[in-house]
Design a protein around this ligand. Structure first.
Ligand code: BMA
Length: 309
C-alpha cells in the first residue's frame, strides 16, 4: 500500500507542544516563538515569553534531546529601563533569533515601543549575560536574522521593513561592523494569490547548504477571519545571497492542529530558528498560535528539493 502523504512537508513531533506556560517557572501570559542552538550535546532555546503586563521578555530553555526542555527560573533579558535602548523597548523584546558567528552568539530581536518596531543586536557567550551592541534598524522593521558567516568580507542580514499598505518584503543588507548597515536591497516580496500573499518575513537564521543559503521564512494570507501564518523556504546564492535561486510554491507547514489553530492569535505557525543535526534532519522550532512552542522535523535534502521544484 502506498505510504500516506500528510498535508504538510514537515513532520510535527507527536509530543507537541514542547513548552506551554505550565513549563514557565514564573508567572506569565504566554510562551511562544523561540530560537534554538545546540552546544555540544545541549540544546538551548531563547524564548519569547509575554508577561502578565502584556509586554514580552526573553527566557532560556535547556534540554538534552531537542524535545524535552526545562526553563531557567528567571528571565534572561528584560526590556531596558534606562540608557539608549530603553526608549525603544518599552513595549517589550520580541522574536529573538540566535546566530553563532566569530565564536560569539549574536541575538537579533525586535524591540517594540510606541515609536514602532526596531531591530536590536545583542551578544552573549554563555546565555547568562547579554550585552546589547546596537539598534540596527529604523522604526517599522523586524524579523532580523544574521547570516552565520561573513560573505565576501561583510556581515549580512535579512529583515523586513514595512512597505506600502502595511505589507513588506524581505530585504538583505550588509555591514562591516554589525552596527552600521547599508547596501540594502529587496530579496523577495509577497505573492498575490499564494499562501504568502499579504506579508512575509525572515524566520530562521539562514542555513548554509551545498546548494545555497536556505532561508525558512513566514508568510501570511489574509482571510475574512484574519491572517493565516504559514512557513516556506527560499534558496539564495552562496556567494551573492541577494540573488534568489528558488522559492517554494507550497507552504511547508500550515496551522492544522488545535495548538496551532487556537490561542492568543489563532492560525499561526511562526519559526525563529532550526537545528541541523549531523544526519541532516532539521528540527524547526516554532510558536503555535502565539501560545506554545512546538517542533517539527524534515530532512534537509527534502527541504531543498521541494524548494527547487
Ligand atoms: C508577528 C510577530 C510574531 C507573531 C505573529 C503572529 O508579527 O509579532 O511574534 O507570532 O505576528 O501573531
Amino acid at each position: 500500500m502506498a505510504k500516506k502523504r500528510g498535508p504538510d512537508l514537515l513532520h510535527r513531533w507527536e509530543g507537541n507542544p514542547i513548552l506551554t506556560i505550565e513549563d514557565i517557572p514564573f508567572r506569565c501570559n504566554t510562551v511562544f516563538n523561540g530560537s534554538p542552538v545546540k552546544i555540544d550535546d545541549e540544546y538551548l532555546i531563547l524564548l519569547r515569553v509575554e508577561g502578565q503586563q502584556g509586554y514580552s521578555l526573553l527566557a532560556l530553555a535547556r534540554g538534552d534531546d531537542g524535545y524535552h526542555f526545562e526553563v531557567d527560573p528567571e528571565p534572561v533579558m528584560m526590556p531596558a529601563k534606562t540608557g539608549p535602548f530603553a526608549t525603544y523597548e518599552s513595549s517589550g523584546l520580541e522574536d529573538p533569533r540566535v546566530t553563532f558567528l566569530d565564536e560569539t552568539y549574536y541575538v537579533l530581536y525586535t524591540a517594540a515601543s510606541p515609536y514602532g518596531s526596531r531591530i536590536v543586536i545583542a551578544k552573549t557567550k554563555n546565555f547568562k549575560t547579554y550585552k546589547r551592541i546596537g539598534i540596527i534598524s529604523e522604526p517599522g522593521n523586524k524579523d532580523g536574522v544574521l547570516f552565520p558567516e561573513k560573505i565576501n568580507g561583510r556581515y549580512a542580514r535579512l529583515d523586513r521593513p514595512l512597505g506600502s499598505f502595511n505589507s513588506g518584503c524581505i530585504w538583505i543588507s550588509y555591514s562591516d561592523d554589525l552596527i552600521h548597515w547599508g547596501h540594502h536591497s529587496p530579496l523577495i516580496e509577497p505573492r498575490p494569490g499564494y499562501w504568502d500573499a499579504d506579508r512575509i518575513g525572515a524566520s530562521a537564521p539562514p542555513i548554509k547548504t551545498d546548494q545555497g543559503w536556505l532561508e525558512i521564512y513566514h508568510g501570511f494570507k489574509m482571510t475574512s477571519s484574519g491572517p493565516i501564518y504559514r512557513m516556506g523556504t527560499v534558496l539564495m546564492e552562496l556567494e551573492n545571497p541577494g540573488r534568489v535561486i528558488a522559492r517554494c510554491d507550497e507552504a511547508i507547514l500550515s496551522p492544522r492542529m488545535d495548538y496551532e489553530r487556537v490561542g492568543d492569535v489563532n492560525n499561526v505557525v511562526f519559526a525563529c530558528g532550526a537545528i541541523v543535526e549531523p544526519d541532516k534532519q532539521v528540527k524547526i522550532y516554532y510558536g503555535g498560535a502565539d501560545t506554545s512552542l512546538c517542533v517539527a522535523t524534515v530532512d534537509l535534502n527534502k527541504l531543498i528539493e521541494e524548494t527547487l521544484i
